[in-house]
Design a protein around this ligand. Structure first.
Ligand code: DC
Length: 225
């Protein structure tokens, strides 16, 4: 069905970008690349090494020096890809609450973004890729063939996160999740460099009231039109 080679999907936290991107990549036989995991990997490494999140120079040096390897998922445990750093599989570590709490600050650092954007762009330019993030259509791959900006209200996104955690057998508090979603939106969309916003030529889809299948069908139609 493919008439597009590079697909950029941007949008706020928990808007369903990864679910949509993975499904699209599988159907097209393209690489699925969730760029958020790179910012999460740097954040995890920073915490692991006891580096202070306010120490911008040290956090930037980590992003510049430690290669982050993203590979297709090697296990069927709910992961969308493998995240490997220094030979260690840190896929689930990147989802930990302490990573969530610090990743927005790490991803606002100019040097961190420069280092990771470079790696992401190199992969994107090979084509046949569905790339998911916050600034793919605006900064990483502005020449992408198709740019989607997937939006949803903060309440709907918090509700989805809450149900996801319960489904995995965890415990969650909706109000706390909503507060975190709002805090991350605020940092991601107001940072000076590459803030979260739709590219001028992005197609904006609001998924409030739509299920994952309905969102997928809308985007699939755009890929073949
Ligand atoms: O999509 P995610 O929740 O895994 O993203 C984690 C963090 O990384 C989030 O705070 C925004 C940031 N991010 C970014 O700044 N640019 C990207 N291309 C992807 C993610």
């Amino acid at each position: 069905m493919a008439s597009v080679s590079t697909i950029a999907i941007d949008g706020p936290a928990a808007s369903g970008k990864s679910t949509l991107g993975l499904r699209l990549a599988q159907e097209l036989g393209y690489l699925f690349f969730d760029t958020g995991v790179m910012y999460r990997a740097v954040t995890w490494l920073m915490l692991q090494r006891g580096i202070d999140v306010d120490d911008e120079a040290a956090v930037t040096a980590l992003a510049e020096q430690v290669p982050i390897d993203i590979r297709p998922a090697s296990q069927a445990d709910g992961r969308l890809c493998d995240v490997i750093v220094e030979g260690q599989d840190i896929t689930w570590e990147t989802r930990r609450p302490e990573v969530e709490a610090n990743v927005s600050q790490v991803s606002a650092y100019a040097g961190v973004r420069r280092a990771l954007t470079l790696q992401q762009r190199r992969i994107g330019l090979r084509g046949q890729v569905v790339m998911v993030g916050r600034d793919i259509g605006t900064v990483v791959l502005p020449e992408a063939d198709l740019k989607i900006y997937l939006d949803a209200s903060a309440e709907e996104r918090a509700r989805r996160r809450y149900l996801e955690i319960l489904a995995r057998g965890g415990q969650a508090n909706y109000d706390e999740i909503l507060a975190k979603v709002l805090a991350r939106d605020q940092i991601d969309s107001t940072r000076a460099i590459a803030p979260l916003r739709p590219a001028e030529d992005a197609i904006i889809i609001n998924s409030d009231g739509l299920d994952a299948d309905q969102v997928y069908e809308k985007v699939r139609a755009l890929c073949i039109s």
